[in-house]
Design a protein around this ligand. Structure first.
Ligand code: G9O
Length: 208
């Protein structure tokens, strides 16, 4: 069902996974995972403005097409190894488009609505049967995130962790790096998963 894809008219998200992989055993534990299905409900973007830098509001207000904005409500599996010497904290992502261009992905971790760190990555298109895939595997998570997760785990009580996570978000802005055209904006919010695996619900963000 195409209406259930996490997709704007120009770009779809085919997978996002943040994980911890231990060097010796190669055992991989998923921390956050998005599969490509969209919830039927839409959410008013203005309810979330205060959790992100002002840039989100500016992008939404000036966007010609509002179909690029999504909310990913993630239940993170924090039962991951904190042996940072021997394990890699990393992210795999996969996007696809019918058009050929270069992608620029800016990923910001935000604390109390302000940007704490930003990572900028470029993706090059790989042609697959007349469509284009953009794949970035094993992109290392920055120290800020690794430390944040370690500190969160020390809190022990899920309720306390969720209180901290109320003030933590991730904003991902995807543009065509040649034209600066906005292709996808993903607003992540987090809670701790009660299950031994992560889950996620993705919604379209709309003008309320
Ligand atoms: C419990 C919270 C889990 C958070 C998982 C976050 C996954 C997304 C990682 C985004 C990193 C953005 C910051 C950066 O620059 N990384 O290198």
């Amino acid at each position: 069902d195409p209406s259930r894809e996490i997709a704007s008219s120009k770009l779809s998200l085919h997978g996002f996974s943040a994980y911890v992989q231990c060097n010796k055993t190669l055992e991989r534990t998923e921390l956050v995972k998005i599969d490509n299905t969209l919830e039927k409900d839409h959410i008013d973007i203005s309810l979330f403005y205060e959790k992100y830098p002002r840039l989100l509001r500016e992008l939404f207000e000036k966007a010609e097409r509002k179909d690029v904005f999504f909310l990913a409500k993630c239940w993170a599996n924090i039962n991951v190894s904190d042996d940072v010497q021997n394990c890699q904290y990393a992210v795999d992502s996969l996007y696809a488009s019918r058009e050929k261009f270069q992608l620029k992905v800016s990923t910001m971790a935000c604390s109390f609505g302000s940007q704490a760190v930003e990572k900028i990555e470029q993706y090059f298109p790989i042609e697959v049967d007349g469509s284009y895939s953009f794949m970035l595997n094993n992109s290392p998570m920055c120290d800020y995130m690794v430390k944040f997760i370690a500190e969160l785990k020390k809190l022990n009580a899920i309720e306390t962790m969720n209180n901290v996570l109320e003030n933590f978000t991730v904003l991902q802005i995807v543009t065509n790096s040649e034209t600066d055209e906005l292709l996808m904006v993903l607003c992540f919010v987090f809670e701790v998963s009660q299950e031994p695996e992560p889950s996620c619900s993705v919604y379209r963000l709309i003008d309320g």
